[in-house]
Design a protein around this ligand. Structure first.
Ligand code: GRG
Ligand code: 1GP
Ligand code: MG
Length: 259
């Protein structure tokens, strides 16, 4: 990592303590068919107010993970590149950090601790910054890729108390980041009630993603207490959405008087 680059833990801590709203763009390696075109299209990103770039997916059918991380690094400038792994196969030493996820909304030991044991020694060798993250799927009524791949039942949006108890358990286990995910491409994002319930049990940074495809949904998630939002699918569908959300985030931060 270059000296100019802030550690990702510091970026998340600063967002959380200052009340500044952050944005992460999720790049799905399965969707990068032409890396040259991708780099041309997103060359402007390095000069933007994007906070982080996540790379990962619930499946990896193209064996191009490292190649995509390298392409992303070329457009990232000083923006840190963070692995958002669907499995222990998604590792690359050129990334800056990794969300060290444990899927605490589920009861599948493979995603609670199995993948982590396999990945930990490699992460150490690669000198990636590990970010201990309580990962909670929150959705009802639709089956998303993550839900299917992990064979777990998500927390329901309609029962914030279940999300609250789950997050409290993560908090007592010492997890440092809380990521509520409705699942990629979800029709309904994580509800404000669930975000608020989780926020009531931890002061740690809160990450929210899944189905954020309009500025209204983005605003609701920020207003409910999310520190960092993650957007993937909506940018795949309409690349100009990234610039729109960034403009919105900058204005919001100005109005919150936190920058
Ligand atoms: C710590 C390490 C190495 C692994 C952790 C492994 C765990 C617990 C993973 C959590 C479960 C999981 C499969 C997460 C994947 C998250 C992700 C990047 C989802 C993006 O979803 P897409 O795969 O893009 O969905 P689409 O079908 O919409 O493309
Ligand atoms: O692709 P979208 O729906 O934006 O979701 C992003 C991420 O939170 C999914 O794991
Ligand atoms: Mg995807």
């Amino acid at each position: 990592m270059s000296q100019l680059k802030k550690k990702v833990s510091k970026i998340l801590k600063d967002l959380n303590s200052s009340g500044t709203k952050g944005l992460a763009w999720l790049v799905d390696p399965d969707k990068i068919i032409n890396p040259t075109l991708f780099k041309e299209k997103f060359d402007w990103v390095k000069d933007s107010y994007l906070d982080l770039i996540f790379v990962g997916g619930s499946t990896l059918s193209r064996d191009n993970f490292r190649e995509v991380v390298l392409s992303v690094k070329q457009i990232a400038g000083e923006i840190p590149v963070v692995i958002f792994p669907g499995s222990q196969m998604q590792l690359a030493e050129e990334a800056d950090a990794i969300l060290f996820l444990s899927l605490i909304s589920g009861r599948n030991p493979e995603y609670l601790i199995g993948q982590q044991v396999l990945a930990a020694p490699i992460i150490k060798k690669m000198k990636l910054e590990p970010l201990p993250t309580a990962y909670m799927l929150v959705n009802e009524g639709e089956i998303t890729s993550v839900q299917y791949v992990t064979q777990t039942i998500p927390l329901p949006n309609s029962k914030p108390n279940l999300a609250k108890a789950t997050a409290l358990a993560g908090h007592y286990l010492g997890m440092k980041y809380f990521y509520m995910d409705a699942g990629s491409g979800a029709k309904s994002p994580v509800s404000p009630a669930v975000i608020k319930a989780v926020k009531s049990v931890t002061k740690k940074p809160i990450i929210v993603g899944g189905g954020l495809d309009s500025l209204e949904k983005v605003r609701n998630a920020y207003e409910s207490g999310a520190d960092l939002l993650v957007i993937g699918n909506a940018i795949e569908k309409d690349p100009s959405f990234l610039a729109k959300v960034l403009d919105y985030k900058v204005l919001l931060n100005l109005s919150l008087n936190v920058n």
